[in-house]
Design a protein around this ligand. Structure first.
Ligand SMILES: Nc1nc2c(ncn2[C@@H]2O[C@H](COP(=O)(O)OP(=O)(O)OP(=O)(O)O)[C@@H](O)[C@H]2O)c(=O)[nH]1
Ligand SMILES: [Zn+2]
Length: 316
């Protein structure tokens, strides 16, 4: 898989940059869609309901997050006349131009294997990830600081927040400014609570997942991009609705874990090495010397075994 080029901070996907000039049209971004109708947010903040022009419809699906040119009609509606190139594209949920992934870990039930899996998927999709440790009001044993340090060493910005008390939320909001962002993390991590704290009008249901499933309300939801008060947009649906390592190859995995990849480049065995404890492997040595976290390396080993097993199933 070719390495996705990461958008720079200035290129944050929420900036509505002009596409090529087109007479009588304005730039916008699709912020939600349902059966043939698209809500397009204009640079003024206004949202118009639009349909697609025939040639646009033929070219393939237009996704929430797509940058478009709309022609405004006299009745206040619009017609999408052109769709701009995508910086990133997620499949499930279908979202274009997301640039920021907020990987949420709850203090009360932290699962760092799951976090590393989410971060790998984010890297492979070309997103700039932030690790968000939530529920720090429950951090009685003061462990969150050490966890944060582990991920700062990898190179990720880490924020310690409490959606309940509001601690750290301003810092998190600052990291989302100018981006199209999405939250990811296990059920109960506090994604809806964080969304509601960042976008008071979001009205996301908190702590009701079990009730929803139990009650059989299992309908497909529309993905919306909600405007953040400080600028930027936040998806109201978690960024990865499935966490299988689809599209991740055994030869690429080290690149999607930057702390491992850094040493993989120096491995004497070159590209053929999968860094599974081979004698003389530069990654194994870096772990022994304490330059790479043992936890992260253990997770790499579990993930590479999983990817290899998938490849065996696919090719046999
Ligand atoms: N103490 C504490 N509890 C929190 C915090 N954030 C969320 N919670 C609680 O954690 C539970 C789960 O929160 P949600 O926001 O529904 O979590 P979610 O990640 O959206 O969960 P799903 O919808 O199941 O994916 C709720 O009971 C929240 O009130 C926090 O910062 N501190
Ligand atoms: Zn190696």
């Amino acid at each position: 898989m070719a390495r996705a080029r990461k958008p720079s901070e200035e290129e944050g996907g929420a900036t509505v940059r002009p596409l090529a000039k087109r007479e009588g049209t304005v730039d916008g971004m699709v912020v939600s869609r349902r059966s043939g109708f698209y809500d397009v947010q204009l640079p003024s903040g206004d949202v118009v309901l639009a349909t697609l022009r025939g040639n646009v419809r033929k070219r393939g699906p237009v996704l929430t997050g797509d940058r478009v040119k709309v022609r405004l009609l006299a009745d206040g509606r619009g017609v999408v006349e052109e769709v701009g190139p995508r910086v990133t594209c997620l499949a499930r949920p279908p979202l274009a131009n997301v640039t920021r992934l907020v990987a949420v870990v709850p203090v009360d039930h932290p699962d760092f294997f799951l976090l590393d899996r989410v971060l790998v998927l984010g890297e492979a999709a070309g997103l700039c990830s932030v690790v968000c440790i939530n529920k720090v009001d429950l951090d009685d044993e003061g462990q969150a600081g050490a966890w944060a340090e582990r991920y700062r060493q990898v190179g990720y910005p880490v924020v310690l927040v409490s959606a309940r008390t509001g601690q750290g939320m301003e810092e998190l909001a600052g990291l989302l400014t100018g981006h199209v962002s999405t939250l990811s993390g296990p059920s109960g991590a506090g994604k809806s609570s964080i969304l509601n704290a960042l976008v008071p009008a979001a009205g996301a249901e908190v702590g009701e997942m079990a009730a929803r499933i139990g009650g059989g309300r299992h309908t497909t939801r529309v993905v919306r991009l909600l405007p953040l008060p400080g600028g930027g947009l936040l998806a109201d649906t978690p960024g990865f609705s499935r966490l299988d390592l689809v599209g991740i190859g055994s030869r690429d995995l080290d690149r999607w874990m930057p702390d491992i990849g850094r040493w993989a480049d120096r491995c004497q065995f070159g590209e053929s090495c999968l860094h599974r404890g081979e004698e003389g492997c530069a990654v194994a040595r870096a772990v022994e010397e304490g330059r790479v976290s043992k936890h992260r390396y253990q997770h790499y080993r579990r993930l590479i075994d999983e990817v290899l097993a998938m490849e065996v199933r696919r090719y046999s």
